[in-house]
Design a protein around this ligand. Structure first.
Ligand code: GSH
Length: 186
C-alpha cells in the first residue's frame, strides 16, 4: 500500500520470533501484539484493512480511494471489509477446523464455498474489484488471496490466479516484494 501511495516512509522491523510484539514499547502501539501498525501525523492506526483505508483517504492524489459521495463507495467498502471479515476467518476455520463445527448461522462469513464463489465473481471481470480503478480494496483483498493461495488455504480458481497475476504486474507490488526479500535476507 505504501509503495502504491508513492510517498516516503520508514519501516521499523520487529522480530516476531523473538517476541518483540509483546514488549511494552510495542504493546503501547498495538495492545493486540500484532503487526502491522502505522504512525502518521502523530496518529497510530492498526489493522491492515483500516491502515489501507486510512492511507487511501489521506493521500487522495494516489487515486486509491473511492470518495464519500461516489455511488461506488459502498461496493469499495464492502470489499475492504470482506477480506478480514469473511475470507480470512473462512480460510483459518478450514485450516484449523473446530472440534465441534459451528452452524452456518453462527459464522459471520457463512460458509467457505460461498465466500470463495463470491470472491471469484468479484474478481472475475477485472481488471480490479472496482473495474478499471485499482483501489485500496485490491491491496487488502489481493494480499489475502495471495497469502491464501501461497499457503494452499484457497482453491486455485482460475479467477483467483488471473487476478493475482494482474496484481503481480504492478510495479508497486514488485517493489514491495523485492523490499521484503531484501529485509528478510538482512
Ligand atoms: N487483524 C490483524 C492481524 C495481523 C496479523 O495477523 N499479524 C501477524 C503477522 S501477519 C502477527 O502480528 N503475528 C504475530 C503474533 O501473533 O505473535 C490485521 O489485520 O492487521
Amino acid at each position: 500500500m505504501l509503495e502504491e501511495i508513492g510517498e516516503p516512509y520508514d519501516i521499523e522491523l520487529l522480530s516476531l520470533a523473538a517476541g518483540d510484539q509483546f514488549k511494552p514499547a510495542y504493546l503501547a502501539i498495538n495492545p493486540m501484539a500484532k503487526v502491522p501498525a502505522l504512525m502518521h501525523d502523530g496518529a497510530i492506526i492498526t489493522e491492515a484493512a483500516a491502515i489501507c483505508t486510512y492511507l487511501a483517504d489521506a493521500f487522495p492524489q494516489a487515486g486509491l480511494s473511492v470518495p464519500i459521495g461516489d455511488p461506488r463507495r459502498g461496493a469499495y467498502l464492502k470489499w475492504l471489509f470482506f477480506a478480514p471479515g469473511c475470507i480470512e476467518p473462512a480460510m483459518i476455520d478450514r485450516a484449523a477446523p473446530r472440534a465441534e463445527p459451528a452452524r452456518r448461522g453462527m459464522l459471520g462469513y457463512g460458509d467457505f464455498d460461498t465466500v470463495v464463489n463470491v470472491v471469484a465473481n468479484g474478481v472475475a471481470k477485472g481488471p480490479y474489484l472496482m473495474g478499471e480503478q485499482f483501489t485500496a480494496a485490491d491491496v487488502v483483498l489481493g494480499s489475502t488471496l495471495r497469502w491464501g493461495l501461497m499457503f494452499k488455504l484457497l482453491p486455485e480458481r482460475p479467477e483467483f490466479l488471473a487476478y493475482v497475476g494482474r496484481l503481480g504486474e504492478r510495479p508497486a507490488l514488485q517493489r514491495a516484494v523485492a523490499l521484503d526479500q531484501e529485509l528478510a535476507a538482512a
